[in-house]
Design a protein around this ligand. Structure first.
Ligand code: FAD
Length: 406
């Protein structure tokens, strides 16, 4: 029986990239598969079947031994004390502030940039404040971690005094934690993950962004979450040489695929790290669900998973970089997060096949929409409709919507 990551398991690959860095023979690479997701490729000529990759893989280890339950944890509503940062980040700017704090205190930061050449997201290690701007903002596509994970391992072994703050999706941070454990790294490492909805296929993002490039010319900025219409109204904004595209999420082709859950990675459908468990010191996201209904500048939810996470948050508050608004029960935050299984895997597989065959995004959307559950279709119409209303009415509508749909 094979001992590498190609062996069978009930659980699907997340594309976290930990296996690539775990391989001493450099037999594993990460590349985008035909479904449009990062997945490992094993070179059979180089692989010696040592099993190192399985030992860091979410598919093969009893991950409950290396995680804790989200529901037992404390959640804070927090936001940057700098209004410019709060306005230009995704939620309350907590990830940005802790990265800035890290640079000022000698940490290197692992985070995600948008690669404008390849139209892909990439995980990188940075050590200078000027590069923090590149990490700012969520890129709602899967990032390639392989180079950054390998670099961190190499550097950290050479210099045990180097400290790191690493930010990524729950599966990436889980994989990284296994690498750290397997390599017995003694460096100071703070792991931060994000509340996660899942990652959509590059077979949606690539044709979508190519079309936008044709209309807008060379792109100078891709903002998945622009707060020009407020924090609650998700807006995508693309700045091109020939013009600007700015659209509400529910009227935007890419976002609709993302929110309709028809083009996510298979592993996202039942991901236990998305739903229940946390392998980081701190989990960050948007504080959704009515608690901050009146706020349009953005508030981060910070779920404290370890003493280290708690210490970090308190340090940031002590240095007046963030404002901790108040402590909440985890249920107040989790009720609005994506913590259930997604049920339409069969439809997802059909959509992914059509996209793989190069069918037009609009036609595929037209195809799948009629198979969505009635409630989801109604929600989609409803959300598109409210974008025509003046902002003053939106808050009342949102309350009604929440009472009806949640
Ligand atoms: C794919 C994805 C799905 C998400 N789903 C949810 C959700 O369902 N609910 C929720 O509350 N929050 C979700 N988030 C998190 C949320 O969008 C913000 O990233 C989070 O609130 C931190 O924002 P901020 O204002 O603190 O700072 P920001 O400056 O906006 O920080 C963004 C941080 O995210 C990192 N990042 C950006 N893109 C990626 C990526 N593709 N993969 C890994 N890390 C990345 C950056 O390195 C940076 O550290 C998701 C994020 C991603 C990337």
């Amino acid at each position: 029986m094979r001992k590498n990551i190609l062996a069978d398991s009930q659980i699907s690959c997340t594309g976290c990239g930990a296996c690539v860095a775990s391989c001493h023979k450099k037999a594993i690479t990460l590349s985008i598969n035909e479904e449009g997701f990062y997945a490992p490729v094993v070179d059979g000529n180089l692989c010696v079947d040592c099993g190192a990759c399985q030992k860091v893989c979410y598919r093969f280890i009893a991950f409950t031994n290396h995680t804790c339950e989200m529901r037992d944890k404390t959640v804070y509503g927090v936001y940057s004390s700098n209004q410019v940062i709060q306005h230009t980040t995704t939620s309350g700017g907590c990830a940005y502030e802790l990265s800035l704090w890290g640079i000022d205190h000698g940490y290197k930061i692992m985070g995600v940039i948008y690669d404008y050449e390849k139209d892909q997201a990439k995980t990188v290690l940075i050590s200078q404040q000027k590069d923090l701007e590149l990490l700012k903002g969520s890129k709602y596509i899967q990032s390639d971690t392989s180079e950054a994970f390998a670099l961190l391992l190499e550097e950290a072994k050479k210099d045990q005094s180097q400290k790191y703050i690493c930010i990524g999706t729950p599966c990436q941070i889980f994989g990284l934690r296994q690498l750290i454990r397997r390599h017995h790294l003694a460096n100071e490492l703070i792991l931060v993950d994000l509340f996660c909805h899942g990652v959509p296929s590059y077979n949606v993002w690539k044709p979508y962004i190519s079309q936008k490039r044709r209309e807008l010319g060379k792109l100078n900025q891709v903002q998945f979450r622009h707060k020009g219409n407020g924090w609650h109204q998700y807006t995508i904004r693309l700045l091109g040489e020939k013009g600007i595209y700015s659209e509400f999420a529910y009227k935007d082709m890419f976002y609709r695929y993302f929110f309709d859950n028809v083009a996510l990675n298979t592993s996202c459908f039942t991901c236990a790290l998305r739903k229940e468990y946390v392998a980081s010191d701190l989990r960050l996201g948007d504080f959704l669900g009515g608690a901050y209904e009146q706020r349009e500048d953005g508030v981060s939810a910070a779920l404290v998973a370890t003493d280290k996470g708690d210490w970090l948050l308190k340090e940031l508050a002590k240095e007046k970089r963030i404002i901790i608004d108040r402590e909440w029960l985890s249920t107040d935050c989790l009720k609005a997060q994506s913590t259930c299984d997604y049920l339409n895997l069969y439809l997802r597989d059909k959509v992914i096949m059509k996209l793989r065959d190069g069918e037009d995004l609009g036609n595929v959307q037209h195809f799948y929409f009629r198979y969505l559950p009635f409630k989801n279709r109604l929600r989609s119409y409803f959300k598109r409709l409210v974008t025509f209303l003046p902002p003053s009415m939106l808050m009342i509508i949102r309350r009604f919507y929440r009472a009806f749909f949640s």
